[in-house]
Design a binder for this molecule. Structure first.
Ligand code: SF4
Ligand code: SF4
Ligand code: SF4
Length: 367
C-alpha cells in the first residue's frame, strides 16, 4: 500500500477493525454520532490530471454498467456531468487562471448526511469508518434522499423495471473492511487522492497550504461545509490573489470556479433536512416528487398489502406535513408572517394538486 495515498498504515488488521475503539463524540451540533477516528479522502485538485482512472477503477471494483464511451475518452470531462446510478464518480474539467483544473465528484460522505435524515425507511447509515452506506432492502423508492442531498449525488435506477434502487459511491466500504484502499484512490497515478483519518487529512491539507504560499485557496472544502464531510477538496488559488481567502465568502469565487457550492453553511445539513427538508423553495419545487414518490412507492407497491400501502402513505403525508410546519415556522422567524403564509399556501396547493393526480392515476390502475 502506498504511504502517500494512505496516511495511516494499519497493517493487515485492516482499516475498519482499527475503528473498533473509535471514540464516538456526541457533539451537540451533530444530528448523527461523530466518529473522531473516521476516515476520509482529500482530493487535491492541483494534482489531478483528469485522466479518469478513478472513474474506471470505480466502475470495475463496483461492477457497474459499462459506459457508452470508453474511459480513455477524456473529452467527456468538458461536460458538467453529475453522478448517476451507474456512474458513482465523475471527473469534470473547469477553468482557472486560463488553465484546466479537474475535480472528481462523488458522495462526500457527510458527517451529518442529509440523505439519511430525509429517509424515513432508514436506508442510509453513517458508519464509524466515515462512509455513508445505503441498504436498499427497505427502500420504497420515494427519492427523498435525492432531493435532500446538497451535492445532488444519489442516482436512481429509473430504467430498472423491478426494484429500482438508489445508488451512490459507497466509499468502497467492502474494500475498507478487507484493509484495502478505495478503488479510485488506489488507481490515481498522481496521488491526487489521499486516504487517511479525516483529522490527519485536515492537517495534511493545512500543511500543503502553508508550504505553498499562493498555490492553494486557504480553505479546505468539506472541513466545515454542510456540517463537515469525509471527502474534502483542496482548490488552486486564483492568480494574483494578494491574500488567500480563508472563509467561504472570500474563497467563494475561487471555489465556485470548480463548481463547489459555497452557500451551504457550516450547519449540518441533516439538521435542516430533518426538520424542514431543507429550504421551502425546494419543498415547493419537489413536492410532487416527494409526495408522489412516497404515495406511489414505485414498483414496490405491488408487493405491499393494501393496509401497508395506506399506512405508509399516511406516515409519508404526516412527515411532509410536519416538514411544512417546520419550514413555515422557519420562514416566519426569518422573513415574517406574510412570507410564511404565502409559502404555506403554495405548499398546500401543490399538495392538493398532487393528491388529485395520485387519486386519478390510482383510479386508472384500479380499473
Ligand atoms: S447527503 Fe449526499 S453527499 Fe452527503 S452523504 Fe448523503 S448522498 Fe453523500
Ligand atoms: S470510494 Fe469506491 S465507490 Fe466511491 S468513488 Fe471511489 S471507487 Fe467509487
Ligand atoms: S485518477 Fe487521479 S488524476 Fe486521474 S482523474 Fe482521477 S483523481 Fe484525477
Amino acid at each position: 500500500m502506498n504511504r502517500r495515498k494512505f496516511l495511516t498504515i494499519l497493517g493487515s488488521a485492516g482499516v475498519v477493525s482499527a475503528l473498533g475503539t473509535a471514540k464516538v463524540a456526541e457533539a451537540s451540533v451533530h444530528t448523527f454520532p461523530y466518529y473522531d477516528d473516521s476516515y476520509g479522502v482529500l482530493h487535491d485538485t492541483t494534482r489531478c490530471i483528469g485522466c479518469r482512472r478513478c472513474e474506471e477503477a470505480c466502475n470495475k471494483v463496483n461492477h457497474l454498467r459499462k459506459p457508452s464511451k470508453p474511459f480513455s475518452d477524456l473529452s467527456v470531462t468538458a461536460t458538467r456531468r453529475r453522478t448517476s446510478a451507474y456512474e458513482w464518480t465523475v471527473v469534470n474539467k473547469y477553468e482557472m487562471n486560463g488553465k484546466p483544473v479537474f475535480r472528481k465528484l462523488q458522495c462526500f460522505h457527510c458527517n451529518d448526511p442529509a440523505c439519511a435524515s430525509a429517509c424515513f425507511a432508514k436506508c442510509f447509515q453513517k458508519q464509524p469508518d466515515g462512509s455513508v452506506t445505503y441498504d436498499g432492502s427497505q427502500c420504497v423508492g420515494c427519492r427523498y434522499c435525492m432531493v435532500a442531498c446538497p451535492f445532488y449525488v444519489p442516482g436512481f435506477q429509473y430504467d430498472e423495471a423491478f426494484d429500482p434502487l438508489v445508488q451512490k459511491c459507497t466509499f468502497c466500504e467492502p474494500r475498507l473492511k478487507e484493509g484495502k484502499l478505495p478503488g479510485c484512490v488506489e488507481a490515481c497515478p498522481v496521488d491526487a487522492l489521499t486516504f487517511g483519518r479525516r483529522s490527519d487529512l485536515i492537517k495534511v491539507a493545512r500543511a500543503r497550504i502553508a508550504d505553498n504560499p499562493g498555490k492553494y485557496v486557504n480553505y479546505i472544502y468539506g472541513e466545515f461545509d454542510a456540517g463537515g464531510t469525509a471527502w474534502m477538496v483542496l482548490a488552486p488559488a486564483a492568480e494574483g490573489a494578494a491574500v488567500p481567502p480563508d472563509d467561504p465568502a472570500l474563497a467563494g469565487p475561487d471555489l465556485k470556479q470548480l463548481g463547489l457550492d459555497t452557500h451551504l453553511g457550516n450547519r449540518p445539513m441533516g439538521e435542516l433536512t430533518y426538520g424542514a427538508l431543507g429550504a421551502v423553495p425546494m419543498i415547493v419545487a419537489f413536492w410532487p416528487v416527494l409526495f408522489g414518490g412516497a404515495y406511489a412507492m414505485t414498483k414496490r407497491r405491488e408487493a405491499m398489502s393494501q393496509l401497508e400501502q395506506e399506512k405508509m402513505a399516511r406516515e409519508a403525508k404526516d412527515d411532509v406535513a410536519a416538514a411544512v410546519d417546520a419550514a413555515v415556522r422557519k420562514i416566519e422567524e426569518t422573513e415574517g408572517e406574510g412570507a410564511a403564509e404565502r409559502a404555506r399556501r403554495a405548499m398546500t396547493e401543490a399538495l392538493k394538486a398532487r393528491e388529485a393526480e395520485a387519486a386519478c392515476s390510482k383510479h386508472g390502475e384500479d380499473k
